[in-house]
Design a protein around this ligand. Structure first.
Ligand code: AMP
Ligand code: ZN
Length: 119
């Protein structure tokens, strides 16, 4: 039994609107979307943030990145090999960045113009 929200979603204890899944990665729609497409991509294994996953398992980090791109293609945000119309990948680390779930997740955002700099 874990108190990590995303581990519990991986375990099927909390429902997830899954859009993409592999043996090691899960992608599901954010419950509070900030853009027409807002999908979270996570490793099924628990790692608390980007630095922790990069240190522990670079291959799994590459799997997560590939899944983020696959979701963007699937959602029509880019063609495979193309860049248009485009999408953004964000991962927040720590309180000042607004990280609220301590299980690494990439936000895949698109479907509208995205301002820069971010808030
Ligand atoms: P962050 O604030 O960067 O840690 O991102 C956590 C994200 O998880 C937020 O965008 C939340 O809206 C999202 N979230 C929280 N609970 C759920 C849930 N049960 N299903 C899907 N997304 C969730
Ligand atoms: Zn977890």
């Amino acid at each position: 039994m874990t108190d990590c929200l995303f581990c519990r979603m991986v375990a099927g204890e909390i429902p997830a609107d899954v859009v993409h899944e592999t043996d090691r990665v899960l992608a599901f729609r954010d419950i509070n979307p900030q853009a027409p497409t807002h999908v979270l991509v996570i490793p099924k294994e628990h790692h608390r943030n980007l630095g922790a996953l990069a240190a522990a398992d670079g291959e799994l980090l590459a799997d997560v990145a590939r899944a983020a791109h696959a979701v963007a293609v699937q959602e029509g945000l880019v063609t495979d090999g193309g860049i248009e119309p485009g999408y953004r990948v964000v991962t927040n680390t720590g309180p000042q960045a607004g990280q609220s779930v301590d299980h690494l997740h990439l936000h895949v955002l698109g479907g509208r113009g995205l301002g820069w700099p971010p808030g």
